[in-house]
Design a protein around this ligand. Structure first.
Ligand code: COA
Length: 353
């Protein structure tokens, strides 16, 4: 028995923020010194490295739980189910609702409880909780839900990935240009056909050297009495770590499924850097001594940036709704979902349509 996706939904903020919004930023290095290059050059380099031209930020009147609820409502509608019939609501995020000038994380109650409230679900047997697993959190939620479904503890789960990173980034760090906001969700249910649905997965956590690659730290600009902490990263280390470890984790998941590489039609990979993703795919296919098929890796990063836990479910929702270029997923396609992020965590999931 495999679990199947019966509905997807996403929330992409309407407000488009092009790279030009950073033209007036004051960027500093990690030693608190102003960068020597002018902003035009910094932005040009950034675009060339990451492929990001624009990103979306949530409007000030919405917070994380509210955008998660919007994506959830769309997934519920798409699945055509009664929300009261959901057994588990699993919400992946990393910073909760970011409120006030001091960017305090409000996770009390959990974002999942807040979303259940917004969805007005009365059923107390619908259990709601959060999962903090870096950017791979949404895929990890899918893995957990699949296990709950397989064990008989649940038959229908709502898995949401929702993040408002625009509220936790350091305005004086050029790496902040990567980040974006958004939410994605899906309904996962007990399926009838063993050849369809979630086939296999792999998850890994690396902490000996890697636990501080993405961390909470001070601004690059030293301001006396500023004790606000921000989302920070060692980008080059993450880049190398991802190239060295994501392809083998993806192979581990695919090998477990028994599905041959030539049956994989799409790879939906976390979007943090276009060149990094291309290099990961290159190394992945090299492990099978196989040529990379055209159009295997749909990209949303150019227009949406890195919305963390929301990236993969949003990508899936866009493709299933025929809203991403020429990309389609049809009955019979095998796809791989993969992610890497704070932890450092990596996961990959193989799904058969
Ligand atoms: C952050 C990142 C964009 C930096 O790119 P990089 O190629 O590794 O950068 P390097 O430190 O090797 O520097 C290369 C050049 O890019 C410049 N550069 C580095 N970071 C930059 C940034 N954010 N914006 C613009 N230019 C940048 C450097 O100044 C250097 O310029 P030079 O060649 O003229 O001297 C890249 O490492 C990255 O995307 N890493 C992965 C991030 C990620 O996956 N995060 C996970 C989030 S879940």
């Amino acid at each position: 028995m495999s679990s199947i996706i019966t509905g997807t939904g996403s929330y992409i903020p309407e407000d488009i923020q092009s790279n030009n919004i950073f033209m007036k930023s004051e960027f500093y290095d990690t030693g608190h010194l102003p960068l020597e290059d002018n902003n035009e050059l910094i932005i040009e380099k950034f675009k060339n490295i990451t492929g990001i031209e624009e990103r979306r930020y949530v409007p000030s009147e919405l917070n994380n739980s509210e955008i998660g609820a919007i994506a959830a409502r769309r997934a519920i509608k798409n699945a055509g189910i009664d929300p009261e019939s959901i057994d588990q609501i699993i919400v992946a995020h990393n910073f909760g609702n970011l409120v006030g000038d001091h960017k305090q994380s409000d996770m009390l109650p959990s974002i999942a409880s807040k979303i259940k409230h917004l969805l007005a679900i009365a059923n107390p047997n619908c259990v709601a909780y959060d999962i903090v697993f870096g950017c791979p959190g949404w895929i990890q939620g899918m893995i957990q839900a699949d296990q709950f479904i397989k064990s008989g503890m649940a038959s229908r789960c709502l898995i949401i990935g929702s993040e408002t990173l625009s509220r936790i980034i350091d305005p004086h760090d050029r790496d902040s240009m990567i980040y974006a906001d958004g939410a994605g969700a899906c309904i996962l249910e007990k399926g009838g056909n063993p050849g369809k649905g979630i086939m296999s997965y792999a998850s890994q956590t690396f902490t000996l050297e890697e636990s501080n690659y993405i961390f909470f730290g001070e601004s690059n600009r030293k301001v006396a009495a500023d004790n606000t902490y921000y989302l920070k990263m060692h980008g080059r280390k993450i880049y190398e770590f991802a190239l060295n470890n994501v392809p083998s984790a993806m192979k581990l998941a695919l090998d477990k499924s028994g599905i041959p590489i030539d049956k994989v039609k799409k790879i939906l990979i976390h979007q943090a850097n276009e060149k990094m993703d291309e290099a990961i795919i290159k190394r992945f296919y090299r492990l099978f001594k196989t040529k990379i098929p055209d159009g295997i890796m749909p990209m949303s990063i150019g227009k949406l940036g890195n919305s963390s836990v929301a990236t993969v479910p949003t990508l899936l929702d866009l493709i299933l709704n025929e809203n991403l270029d020429q990309h389609h997923i049809v009955e019979g396609d095998a796809i791989i979902l993969a992610s890497v992020g704070a932890g450092m965590n990596i996961n990959a999931l193989v799904y058969q349509y």
